[in-house]
Design a protein around this ligand. Structure first.
Ligand SMILES: NC(=O)c1ccc[n+]([C@@H]2O[C@H](COP(=O)([O-])OP(=O)(O)OC[C@H]3O[C@@H](n4cnc5c(N)ncnc54)[C@H](OP(=O)(O)O)[C@@H]3O)[C@@H](O)[C@H]2O)c1
Length: 244
């Protein structure tokens, strides 16, 4: 079996490490890629083809893992050559996933939850062809959500709805606690009900949100746009908080 990658960054490199089998060959291309990516390709045991078109044609499973901004164009350009499975792992909105589905024959909607280089990332998949990827369970925990394209993308958005809104609430609560000289006690008292690692996780979530506030705001806007028929009071408040 041949697994091909369009994009050879952190996600693809880690998948090559995780999916280690004598029966699977990996391919990608260095076509128009940066020095950094070419170095990563050269340092791995993956075969390099001349073009991404060749990669698409030869792959039984073509994995698109490049960036949210390029995912749609990549699908438009190479989707038509992929006769096997096309697995999209980019962090894209459900609307983009549906659009990609129009350019690709055998799309599987995918997401890696948990950092890809963490001990146990989980691969979520949906779509009529998702069953064909369940063998990946031998290498990375793989969970099929449904036969519907879009379900994994929506699930990702639901997860963000909760985590990003909660982060804004944590920022506000911590500010209040600081103003009242009760920051340590604030975390201590919540640890009693929220679990031992509450403080550590909260501080990491707060700093991650503050350091990436522009991207987080954009992601909240994407949630509000996608669920525009629902009245998202909390998400809108979180967006206001992050924009302050
Ligand atoms: N990192 C994670 O834990 C994680 C988890 C879930 C989902 N994701 C999603 O998975 C995707 C990849 O993430 P990553 O962390 O692997 O990104 P990354 O480390 O930044 O790597 C992106 C790779 O895609 C290549 N690329 C960009 N545009 C391309 C194009 N038009 N054609 C071919 N290759 C192209 C880049 O090459 P150049 O260097 O030449 O630009 C680079 O090799 C993203 O959409 C991300 O949102 C990531």
């Amino acid at each position: 079996m041949i697994i091909g990658f369009i994009g050879f960054g952190k996600v693809s490199q880690n998948l090559v490490k995780l999916i280690s089998s004598d029966n699977i060959k990996f391919v990608t291309s260095a076509e128009n890629r940066s020095e950094k990516t070419i170095e990563k390709i050269n340092n791995s045991n993956i075969q390099t083809l001349d073009t991404f078109k060749d990669v698409a044609i030869q792959s039984d499973i073509l994995i698109s893992a490049n960036s949210p901004k390029t995912a749609l164009n990549v699908a438009k350009e190479y989707g038509r050559y992929a006769k096997g499975i096309y697995l999209d792992l980019n962090n894209i909105s459900p609307d983009t996933t549906f659009e990609i589905n129009g350019h690709v024959d055998n799309l599987v909607d995918g997401a890696i939850v948990g950092k890809i280089d963490s001990a146990n990332p989980i691969l979520y998949i949906s779509g009529e062809n998702a069953n064909e990827l369940l063998f990946l369970n031998d290498f990375i925990k793989t969970t099929k959500i449904s036969d519907r394209i879009g379900d994994v993308s929506i699930l990702k958005l639901l997860r963000s709805t909760y985590t990003k809104t909660l982060s804004a609430l944590l920022i506000e609560s911590q500010e209040l606690a600081k103003d009242n000289n009760l920051e340590k006690e604030f975390f201590d008292i919540l640890t009693l009900t929220e679990g031992e690692d509450f403080k550590e996780k909260s501080l990491s979530r707060i700093s991650n949100t503050l350091n990436n506030s522009k991207r987080k705001s954009e992601e909240l806007e994407e949630i509000i746009n996608y669920f525009n028929e629902n009245d998202l009071v909390m998400v809108k408040a979180a967006l206001k908080k992050l924009n302050q």
